[in-house]
Each structure stands twice: as structure tokens, then as C-alpha cells.
Design a protein around this ligand. Structure first.
Ligand SMILES: *[C@@H]1O[C@H](CO)[C@@H](O)[C@H](O)[C@H]1NC(C)=O
Ligand SMILES: *[C@@H]1O[C@H](CO)[C@@H](O)[C@H](O)[C@H]1NC(C)=O
Ligand SMILES: *[C@@H]1O[C@H](CO)[C@@H](O)[C@H](O)[C@H]1NC(C)=O
Ligand SMILES: *[C@@H]1O[C@H](CO)[C@@H](O)[C@H](O)[C@H]1NC(C)=O
Ligand SMILES: *[C@@H]1O[C@H](CO)[C@@H](O)[C@H](O)[C@H]1NC(C)=O
Ligand SMILES: *[C@@H]1O[C@H](CO)[C@@H](O)[C@H](O)[C@H]1NC(C)=O
Length: 466
């Protein structure tokens, strides 16, 4: 009874986690759905240290800033954040659904900046959308004749314009695009680690090496969203127009901002939960192996396939947000476990996907995203990405059975959360022979249960790959 990861049939053995023998497993072939009971594993530690005695210590170490941050200041909450979204009237129709997927009317603060006033088809302006502002006309700037890309100057000047709104008690300005999803509760958690009274420029690079070479490895990409502390925006607002005069040849707003902040002596702090998604095609490989860091944003939703293959794009995003509502901090966090008796590996990206491999793979392998996507630029040459990937394979011992997030159910008794993942499609391959022919074809659903009291645990001996 060493293994905490057990397969039980839903009908026969409720609550009792008894590992099935191979014979018993064959018997349950008639049962269409198996329940996978998995104790809730949540490693805050990034160094893969699974010693139970060190867990508390590592948890403390994971939040050093929180511990040292002056306690006299009230902690950062959602009302300290003002979001500026950049959009345009021409594309508003298809993007509005993305904004409304995460925007909370009368709770989140911010503005949607537009190039022109909304036409009658958008009026009356819905209360489910952030209030809009029309950007100032850049043709009036003295430097205008030299500016190579006026649209981008309009966009970068939204930083001045959002500051001029003079909102009270702002600690952070978050700037993003109209096709960006933000997980605002996670932003609050992450920003609480930083001292908002200091200068901070927080963002992420592009996933594509080529983009970062073309601009800068130290530049925050605006689609992923970047975050500026209030005093930095206050300082910047007196300097930005000078910067625009200095860099009229800058091709993008993100680069102008980066140049300007560099001149102010401020460098980028990278946050791994922000996602520019300079990618095309199926990004499930990336979302199924998210870094161990709160999931903050997702961009370029129209450039990639719907993230859930059975849904359209806006439905997909709303579906992901259902999981975010239940437990935002666990969203897309990867859990890897093994079922030794039949040589299976499980990789779960909470609220998104579950993969079963008919083989035992080390965590170091399963942490690498499957390269299901393509780079941003068609004619790019490898190496493409800023991270390591694995090639998808048709080898039965390497190809996972893929399940996507279906539903999440909170059971009040026992404080359980039951997350269900359903099979996307039959795998269409023979079983993996070298690990014993234990097919997972008959599994149609996976249920993930966080059971009472066991929140942290180390891997059991049988789960550690020596
Ligand atoms: C956020 O913190 C401020 C103190 O800075 C407090 O006044 C406010 O009530 C808090 N808001 C929420 C929603 O907790
Ligand atoms: C937001 O608040 C305003 C008044 O303060 C109210 O009229 C409006 O219905 C509210 N919107 C939502 C979606 O709750
Ligand atoms: C996506 O699906 C939803 C629900 O089926 C539907 O209401 C919506 O119009 C669809 N959106 C697009 C862009 O097709
Ligand atoms: C698990 O796989 C190993 C080879 O990697 C094999 O020797 C062993 O028999 C398999 N176990 C079962 C129960 O099939
Ligand atoms: C798996 O099945 C194949 C074909 O049925 C067989 O050749 C192979 O020996 C089996 N492998 C194991 C480990 O039982
Ligand atoms: C299970 O998850 C829910 C939602 O994330 C959480 O509220 C609850 O405390 C968890 N229960 C345990 C025992 O971890």
C-alpha cells in the first residue's frame, strides 16, 4: 500500500485507494471511466527537492519578499492595480469577448485605449467591458514628421494617458493588448512580492529567439502584458515624449519603452507566468508543461488554434476561466506522478490537460513542452525557442493519451475539488510493448481529487526516478 497514486473503479471501491493489479485492471475494461485519485501535490520549490523535511523550509524560501516586505503597509490587492488595454476600433468586435472573459465590472480598474471613438454599433458601451478612452492625436507632436510608426507612438503614449487619469491608490499599472487574457488574482499574488514604492519594469521576452534578437532580450513584450510600478510611471510620464523624440525610428511601442527605461536606468524583471505566444498552431504542448510559476497572461489568441480542440476560441477561454475561478493559483500548474505497477506516467496541467504515457518518463522529460506549435515567423531557422522542447512522436511508448479539462466541481463536504478531464480522441496506436503492453485506450475520463488534509507530500519511494 505504498503507492498513494491508485486507480479505482468509480462504482466498486469509493474512497478506498487500493492499487489494482494488472488482472484487476483487465477486469475493469468494462468500466468506461476510471477514477484517478491523486493526492494534491503542490511544490512551490523550483529546485526539485522532494525531501519532506525540507518542504516547509522551501515554502518559506519561495516567498522571501513577502516575509521581508514592510508589514505596516496593507498587502497588495486587486484595487491597487490599474490595467491599460490597447485596442483599435477595427478589431474591437472580435476582441471584446476576450477582454470580457477576465474583466470584472466594478471590481477590476482600467481602461481600453482606442484609436477612434466607438461607432454607433458599439453604443451604448456595455457595462461588461472596461471604460474606453480615445488616445491622443500624435500628429500634433513636434517630432511627428520623423516618426516611422505613428500607431506605435499612439500606443506607448497610453502610459502617459493612463497616468493622467489620476486614479487613487494605484501601486501598479498593467499594460496589455485587447487579445490578451489576464489572470488578475495571480497578478495580485505575484506583484505582492515586489515593493511598489520602487521602480519596477516587469514582463517577459518572446518565446521566439528571432524576435528577441530583432528587438532585445531585455524588452518586455506588450502582448504578454508588462507591469510598471506607480513611481516608475510617474517618472516616465515626464520623460516619455523626450524619448519619442530621441527614438522616432523605433518600430514598436515595446522597444521605445525599453529604450526609454534603459535610459532611466531601469532593467527588465522577467516573470515566467506572462505569455506573449509568438507562436502558431496548437499550443497545448506549452500549456501542458507550464513553468512552476503562477499563470498570469495569454496573448495572440487569434494567432493560435483554440486551446481546447472541441471549442471555438472565445468558448475555450471562457472554459479555462471556469478553472481559474475555482483555484487561480493552481491553474496550469503541472503535476507529474507515476503508477509503477503498470508502468504509466501521468502529467497533469491543472484546469487544462491530463496526459497518460504508457511508460515511465523522468520528470526532466515531462517538464519539457511537446513541440506541438510553430514559430511566429514562417521562414525562421532553428533554434526557434527560448526553452527546450520535445518532439511529438507516434511511438506508442512516447505518445501520450491526451485528455482536456472538462469540469470542476467543488464538494462542500470534505472540502474536495474534483477536476475532470475527458479524452480528446482515441490515440490510435498499439500499446507500448517494452513496458508491458498496458494499454490506456479504455480510459475516457480522469478525475483529480484533492482529498482532505493532505496538501503537501513528498514523492513516495516508488515514484522517484533514480
Ligand atoms: C485593498 O487594500 C486597501 C488598502 O490599501 C483597502 O482599503 C481596500 O479595502 C482593499 N480592497 C480589497 C478589495 O480588499
Ligand atoms: C457597476 O456599477 C454601476 C453603478 O455604480 C451599475 O450601474 C452597474 O450595473 C454595475 N455593473 C455591473 C456589471 O455590476
Ligand atoms: C463560439 O461558440 C459560442 C457557443 O457555441 C457561440 O455563441 C459563439 O458565437 C462562437 N463564436 C464564434 C466566433 O464562432
Ligand atoms: C515495466 O517496464 C519494464 C521495462 O521498462 C519491464 O521490465 C517490466 O516488466 C514492466 N512492468 C510491468 C508490470 O509490465
Ligand atoms: C506485447 O505484445 C506484443 C504483441 O502482442 C508482443 O509481441 C510482445 O512480446 C508483448 N510484450 C510484452 C512485454 O508482453
Ligand atoms: C481543495 O481545493 C479547494 C479549491 O482549490 C480548496 O478550497 C480546498 O481547501 C482544497 N482542500 C484541501 C484539503 O486541500
Amino acid at each position: 500500500m505504498g503507492s498513494p497514486l491508485s486507480l479505482i473503479s468509480t462504482t466498486a471501491q469509493q474512497k478506498q485507494a487500493i492499487p489494482l493489479s494488472f488482472g484487476a485492471l483487465i477486469k475493469s475494461l468494462t468500466i468506461s471511466s476510471l477514477t484517478l485519485i491523486l493526492f494534491y501535490i503542490w511544490f512551490l520549490d523550483k529546485s526539485n527537492n522532494y525531501q519532506p523535511s525540507n518542504l516547509l523550509e522551501t515554502i518559506k524560501q519561495s516567498f522571501p519578499a513577502a516575509a521581508t516586505f514592510p508589514l505596516s503597509r496593507p498587502p497588495t490587492n486587486l484595487s491597487h492595480i490599474v490595467v491599460g488595454m490597447l485596442g483599435s476600433i477595427n478589431t474591437l468586435k472580435q476582441k471584446q469577448a476576450y477582454i470580457e472573459a477576465w474583466w470584472r465590472p466594478n471590481v477590476t480598474r482600467g481602461y481600453l485605449f482606442l484609436d477612434k471613438a466607438p461607432t454607433t454599433e458599439f453604443l451604448p458601451w456595455p457595462s461588461s467591458s472596461p471604460p474606453f478612452r480615445v488616445n491622443e492625436d500624435v500628429t500634433r507632436l513636434k517630432v511627428y514628421p520623423k516618426i516611422v510608426n505613428p500607431v506605435q507612438v499612439r500606443i506607448v503614449r497610453s502610459i502617459l494617458e493612463i497616468h493622467r487619469e489620476s486614479d487613487k491608490d494605484v501601486r501598479w499599472y498593467v499594460m496589455s493588448d485587447d487579445d490578451t487574457i489576464l489572470v488578475v488574482d495571480n497578478l495580485v499574488e505575484v506583484l505582492a512580492k515586489y515593493d511598489h514604492t520602487k521602480y519596477h519594469y516587469i514582463g517577459t521576452s518572446s518565446e521566439c529567439i528571432k524576435s528577441n534578437i530583432d528587438f532585445s532580450f531585455d524588452m518586455a513584450y506588450g502582448g504578454a502584458g508588462y507591469i510598471l510600478s506607480y513611481p516608475l510611471v510617474a517618472a516616465l510620464s515626464t520623460k516619455l515624449d523626450e524619448c519619442i523624440e530621441r527614438y522616432p525610428y523605433s518600430w514598436t511601442s515595446d522597444f521605445t519603452l525599453h529604450e526609454c527605461l534603459t535610459d532611466l536606468g531601469v532593467t527588465l524583471t522577467q516573470e515566467k507566468g506572462l505569455h506573449q505566444i509568438d507562436l502558431h498552431g496548437d499550443i497545448s504542448g506549452l500549456l501542458s508543461a507550464h513553468p512552476q510559476s503562477p499563470f498570469l497572461s495569454l496573448h495572440h489568441l487569434d494567432a493560435v488554434d483554440p486551446i481546447f480542440p472541441s471549442m471555438n476560441r472565445s468558448e475555450s477561454i471562457n472554459h479555462l476561466m471556469k478553472a481559474a475561478k475555482v483555484d487561480h493559483s493552481r491553474l496550469l500548474q503541472q503535476t507529474i506522478c507515476y503508477h509503477r505497477p503498470i508502468n504509466w506516467s501521468f502529467s497533469i496541467s491543472w484546469g487544462y490537460s491530463a496526459h497518460i504515457y504508457e511508460n515511465i518518463f523522468p520528470r526532466s522529460t515531462l517538464r519539457r513542452p511537446l513541440q506541438t506549435f510553430r514559430p511566429w515567423k514562417k521562414n525562421a531557422r532553428p533554434p526557434f525557442y527560448m526553452f527546450n522542447t520535445r518532439w511529438p512522436s507516434n511511438d506508442p511508448c512516447e505518445a501520450p493519451h491526451v485528455f482536456y479539462f472538462d469540469s470542476v466541481d467543488q464538494r462542500v463536504e470534505g472540502y474536495q475539488t474534483v477536476t475532470t478531464y475527458s479524452r480528446a480522441a482515441p490515440r490510435g496506436l498499439l500499446p507500448c510493448s517494452s513496458s508491458g503492453n498496458h494499454s490506456a485506450d479504455f480510459i475516457t475520463k480522469i478525475q483529480l481529487i484533492n482529498t482532505t488534509q493532505v496538501i503537501y507530500r513528498s514523492c513516495m519511494e516508488s515514484e522517484i526516478i533514480a
